[in-house]
Write a protein that binds this ligand. Sequence first.
Ligand code: G
Ligand code: G
Ligand code: MN
Ligand code: NA
Length: 253
Amino acid sequence: LELETALRKAVEKDEIDLHYQPKVALNTGEYTGVEALARWALNGKMISPQVFIGVAEEAGLVRVLGKNLLYKACLNYKKWVDRGVAKGRVAVNLSPSQFQDERLVAEVEEVLAETGLPADYLELEITESMVIDETEKAIAQMHNLRRIGVTLAVDDFGTGYSSLSYLKEFPINKLKIDRCFINDMLNSKRSKNIVELIIEMAHTLDMEVVAEGVETSEQAEALNSMRGEVAQGFLYSKPLSCEQMEAYLIKNF
Ligand code: G
Ligand code: G
Ligand code: MN
Ligand code: NA
């Protein structure tokens, strides 16, 4: 409850910040886009977004917080586009109630209009678990988002329970392979096989693959030889502050 009170204040005072982690093309090593990650420091201590997004969900704060973070990400990315340093898209994570909200599409359109960011620069990440209940409704929501020109990715793929019969119906552009598979793909033949299968399946469904949590060049090489498209992880960069990310973009353009 104390955390909830503190979070409410932080949302009101707009103290939740965004960091950015670059994504890199596996075949060239070139920068291809960023993921925006929420950061909250409470009395100097970082609280994990997994924790405070959960608190925000329970406290009914997600609508305001989610919209603020989306606004911030789009406004900032528009700035990088205007300066000519942006390549690819900015990916923003949606939380479950945000994705399930019928007002989401209108809100995204509003944020894009207000910030001036073209929809083609925005990617939204959802997780499999958001799609388990009311799958038909979720698929309709995905179509509505695609219709306004937004790109969609499924985050943490492989850890949820989405059935293949539904996955083929999802109007999704990208699958992000959860880092647990990447983490032991070079020690475990089984994990490596799973990664390979996910990549093949994604390509069969015309989806691109993003490998999460890539920490070594051996992992990157293996993923590239399996035809994975994009990687993200500490091998390239940890999540960076806005200023650090801007410097990275200028350096890597
Ligand atoms: O950045 P970090 O590894 O601590 O993120 C932990 C988790 O929190 C990740 O699964 C990520 O998807 C989620 N997360 C980070 N930022 C946001 C955000 O802005 N909104 C939502 N809904 N989840 C986020
Ligand atoms: O679930 P999601 O993919 O949105 O979470 C991204 C989170 O993963 C971020 O909080 C980020 O700090 C973390 N992360 C990013 N790259 C790596 C990595 O290479 N290794 C590990 N262990 N965590 C990472
Ligand atoms: Mn994510
Ligand atoms: Na993830």
